[in-house]
Write a protein that binds this ligand. Structure first.
Ligand code: NAI
Length: 470
């Protein structure tokens, strides 16, 4: 019996933030759209990534603040995490958001097909529903959005019980007394801060000479490293993990720093050493799709080398961020429905939900200098911002990287309270080519955190007001 056939104007493979946004936008623009997803819509981000982690981040931040309630003149006699309730809240939040995306797809009349897709022709997917059933989807235009998977370094012992990836670390039944995180990148440090707040003793092993390499400005990464160490977190750089062994109930992680081996004991190990484009097993290369390593190669319009096939999100490599995938999805959907839009990656904010938070957009100081630009770096500390004082979170700063002369904002880097929200102003500045003067002459409400941005901008003319003169 031949497989049931479906036809569409646009077929989207993968229902993560890139794919579902592409499906919604293509439908908004009048196309008949089919979206193919093997699990629940929302992809890694909604189901096992950004959203559930941020539920944990926000709850543990609450916990940390509640423990400090006395500092704010509030008495809370007993503060403790309730893990089953926290897990239920995480599940409910994810379910609500996934349900919301399903409703949006329905309302735009996008057909959702559940199953694992393989490309059998450049315009046709074969879908295996996992229960012995098969369907075929043909479309005039294809958008590939298969996302990414956890990168698994060849560390002996990484499949031992108690060694988890970010997905495993999201389900917390008990709090380990000691935890080792392999990888001092974004996922590693976000989880380190979550488990630290729950009471674990943390060791972070990062093989490069710095944490958050490439994710933010060096000065900010250094400052965060110092703060984490002062809090008692053992964050080691230049530490190359050799192997993991189980000794009874204990996991022992062997790492090497400058030729010297160290063994660290713990109850839980998190492997957070990056992600790879999820492109294996879908027959892309066999059908002539040009690859760039594991990533699908695309041009500025996100077109692949195959006619009428676009690719987006984590699967094309580069920034593996949900919001970047969403913009990709909009670009590809426009181009698959007659548009001619190009991507512009000069302004992709990077937000890291550590404690304190870190956020960056545009060029770092080192990148701007390497590009040969004459620059001026201006900085303002949150310790001089009234709102940060009121919140009791005055660690951190705003750094602006400005073009010398014109003052055009090339990059904005922040560490401190709510900077993952505050970076939106920086993104707008970089995207629109605003200058430090533009920011400095924009009235910012008082007392608010964004005033730190205004003061940093005033600093371009050495005119910051609420800071002592040197
Ligand atoms: P990452 O690339 O940010 O960090 C991985 C780190 O592991 C690197 O610093 C690397 O040097 C280190 N490493 C690799 N192999 C190692 C080894 N054998 N021993 C010790 N260290 C080793 O990747 P991560 O944190 O896994 O995140 C994956 C992707 O997900 C990133 O693109 C990240 O930006 C994204 N993401 C974004 C979030 C956000 O926007 N807030 C949250 C979580 C992830």
């Amino acid at each position: 019996m031949s497989a049931p056939q479906y036809n569409a104007d646009v077929a989207v493979l993968g229902g993560g933030p890139g794919g579902y946004v592409a499906a919604l936008v293509a439908a908004q623009r009048g196309a008949r759209v089919i979206l193919i997803e093997k699990e629940r819509v929302g992809g890694t981000c909604l189901n096992v990534g950004c959203i559930p982690t941020k539920v944990l981040t926000s709850a543990t931040e609450f916990l940390v603040r509640a423990k400090r309630a006395g500092d704010f003149g509030v008495s809370i006699p007993q503060v403790a995490a309730d893990l089953p309730a926290l897990m239920a809240f995480k599940r409910d939040t994810v379910d609500q958001l996934v349900g919301g995306v399903e409703q949006l797809l329905k309302s735009r009349k996008v057909t959702l097909i559940q199953g694992t897709a393989r490309m059998i022709k450049p315009d046709t997917f074969s879908i295996d529903d996992g229960k012995g059933g098969r369907q075929e989807v043909s479309a005039q235009r294809m958008i590939l959005a298969p996302g990414s998977i956890t990168a698994t370094p060849p560390i002996p012992g990484s499949n031992l019980p108690g060694v988890v990836t970010s997905t495993g670390a999201l389900d917390i039944e008990t709090v380990p007394a000691r935890m080792v995180v392999i990888g001092g990148g974004v996922i590693g440090l976000e989880f380190a801060c979550i488990y630290e707040a729950l009471g674990s003793q943390l060791t972070v092993l990062e093989m490069t000479p710095a944490i958050l390499l490439g994710a933010t400005d060096e000065a900010i990464a250094k400052r965060l490293h110092l703060m984490l160490r002062r809090r008692g977190m053992d964050v080691r750089t230049g530490a190359v993990v050799q192997r993991i062994e189980r000794i009874g109930e204990t996991l022992r992680v062997f790492s090497e720093t400058n030729g010297a081996e160290t063994a660290t004991d713990c109850e839980l190990v998190l492997i957070a050493t990056g992600r790879w484009p999820n492109t294996q097993g879908m027959r892309f290369s066999e059908l002539g799709l040009r690859m760039n390593g594991r990533a699908i190669a695309v041009d500025e319009q996100l077109a692949t080398n195959l006619p009428n096939v676009w690719a987006i999100g984590d699967a094309i490599g580069g920034w593996m961020l949900a919001h970047k995938a969403m913009v990709d999805g909009r670009v590809a959907a426009e181009n698959a429905t007659g548009g001619q839009r190009q991507v512009d990656y000069r302004c992709v904010p990077n937000v890291i939900f550590t404690r304190p938070e870190v956020a960056s957009v545009g060029l770092t100081e080192a990148q701007a200098r390497a590009a040969g630009s004459k620059i001026k770096v201006t900085q303002f500390p949150f310790s001089a911002n009234p709102r940060a004082r009121i919140l009791g979170e005055s660690d951190g700063m705003v750094r602006l990287i400005c073009e010398g002369g014109s003052g055009r904002v090339l990059g904005v880097h922040m560490m401190g309270p709510h900077v993952t929200d505050l970076i939106a102003e920086g993104a707008l500045a970089v995207q629109t080519g605003a200058t430090a003067d533009d920011l400095a002459w924009t009235t910012h409400a008082h007392p608010t955190l964004p005033e730190a941005m205004l003061e940093a901008a005033l600093g371009f003319r050495d005119a910051a007001i609420h800071i002592h003169s040197r």
